[in-house]
Ligand binder design. Structure first.
Ligand code: GDP
Ligand code: IMO
Ligand code: MG
Length: 426
């Protein structure tokens, strides 16, 4: 199934996250040698369904269910060590053997419990609707040059002084933000000791490992988390996550050069969802939204929050094709639209009375845009059994053709269900 044209393929979310990246990475990993997560952290929830079992991966790459894939947590990830090992233990309990094929970058930054306290405290005033996993504060510390890296954690000494300083600073900040709780030094020191022991045998210079794999002719998948519209530079700022989720972040976060990457696959839902606050121009209301949510099972894989739902927004996906340099699209959840008699697609915006084909940089302008819809006929029959394009009803093929034209990138895969075999290669 892996696109034979590519040796190093980036898989990114091209909307607001939860597009089905986990499913695509799992499917493609069947013929990949190495899968690398390159940004984000435990805010991600990537679902993989194998037979009648469902796995939700937060920090471990979605290639882990293929016994031959080496899985790497790259330097661009912010690692929450306790939940990472809990995830690993859960996989082991389910009979998934990972020893010897999972590596964590020694340059990755560590999410500490005080980062989660700071995340909760800043939500009191900023209300981004974060996942509460400490992601923003951990990346702030990294950029502010006061982070803690896996390599620091694994050193035998020196961590006490670092933690005393970090906790002191975090507690000053928590007091300033009016937070009711404070970070506890002993709790942090115990955590450091507990996780250092388990990190030492799996930490590595992972950029070097990826480089060596590529030079040896191995196939590498770079697995993005979140989606382009949550990118800290290109997303709906400030309603974004704190990393570069777009394909540009893949080289940095995996520790390789951009010239090593030879393809970028953008995963898009056949409609649109978003969790958390911020603009969502094609958001549906009332019964239509409730229908989409129910049919698509649109509840967050990490927080369980109901996802906001709406129609396909071609302006967003066209933008995503540009900022990610997408070479192909994977359209997921086509089956969720099976019962609709007609399906609106947002083709462009109207902003202050003028037609607008681009995503405005100003979040207030994006909040004001009105989508211009085109209504396409539905197919009103099941697509779940389709395994090639010709199996799809003509209206479903016409729908996909229209999305492809509007987005400006070729559709390479269509997913018609959660299972591995429910995929069409185009
Ligand atoms: P990710 O964060 O991009 O990996 O996506 P999530 O796992 O958070 O959310 C995608 C959800 O849709 C998961 O529950 C998947 O099992 C499910 N899913 C993926 N592809 C399809 C599909 O083609 N059809 C249906 N019905 N569900 C899908
Ligand atoms: P995957 O990889 C959907 C959203 C949060 C919030 C904003 C900032 O499963 O697609 P953060 O905790 O990152 O500081 O929250 O980003 N968000 C996601 N939304 N899917 C995700 O990941 C997300 N990760 C973060 O809801 O709006
Ligand atoms: Mg998700």
């Amino acid at each position: 199934m892996f696109d034979r044209k590519h040796n190093c393929l980036v898989v990114v979310g091209a909307q607001w996250g939860d597009e089905g990246k986990g499913k695509l990475v799992d499917v493609l990993a069947e013929s990949a040698d190495c899968v690398v997560r390159y940004q984000g952290g435990a805010n991600a929830g990537h679902t993989v369904v194998v037979g009648d079992r469902q796995f939700v991966l937060h920090q471990i790459p979605s290639g882990i269910l293929h016994p031959n894939a080496t899985c790497i947590v790259g330097n661009g990830v912010v690692l929450d060590p306790d939940t990472f090992f809990a995830e690993l233990d859960e996989l082991a309990a389910q009979g998934i053997e990972v020893s010897g094929r999972l590596r964590v970058s020694d340059r990755a930054h560590v999410v500490m419990p005080y980062h989660k306290l700071l995340d909760a405290a800043s939500e009191r005033t900023q209300q981004i609707g974060t996942t509460g996993r400490g992601i923003g504060p951990a990346y702030e510390a990294k950029i502010g040059r006061r982070g803690v890296r896996v390599a620091d954690l694994c050193r035998a000494d020196g961590m006490r002084e670092i933690m005393v300083e970090r906790i002191d600073r975090a507690n000053q900040m928590l007091a300033m933000l009016g937070a009711p709780t404070r970070a506890d030094l002993d709790e942090h020191l115990q955590l450091v000791e507990r996780v250092a022991e388990r990190l030492r045998p799996i930490k590595a210079d992972t950029g070097l490992l990826v480089h060596q794999a590529l030079r040896a002719g191995k196939r590498v998948l770079l697995e993005g988390a979140q989606g382009a519209l949550l990118d800290v530079d290109h997303g709906t700022y400030p309603f974004v996550t704190s990393s570069n989720t777009t394909a540009g972040g893949a080289a940095i976060g995996a520790g390789i050069g951009p010239t090593d990457i030879d393809g970028v696959l953008g995963v898009v839902k056949a409609y649109t969802t978003r969790v958390g606050n911020g603009p969502l121009p094609t958001e549906a209301r009332g019964e239509v939204e409730a229908n989409l949510r129910e049919l698509g099972g649109e509840f967050g894989a990490t927080t369980g929050r109901p996802r906001r739902c709406g129609w396909f927004d071609a302006t967003v996906v066209r933008y995503s094709v540009r900022v990610n340099g997408l070479t192909g699209l994977a359209v997921t959840k086509l089956d969720v639209l099976d019962s609709f008699a007609s399906i609106p697609v947002g083709v462009r915006y109207r902003l202050d009375g003028e037609e607008c084909d681009e995503v405005p940089s100003d979040v207030e302008a994006l909040d004001r845009v009105e989508p211009v819809y085109e209504t396409l006929p539905g197919w009103e029959r099941s697509t779940e059994g389709a395994r090639k394009l010709a199996d799809l009803p003509p209206q479903a093929r016409a729908y996909l053709d229209r999305l492809q034209d509007l987005a400006g990138a070729p559709i390479r895969y269509v997913s018609v269900g959660t299972r591995r075999d429910q995929i069409i290669e185009c």
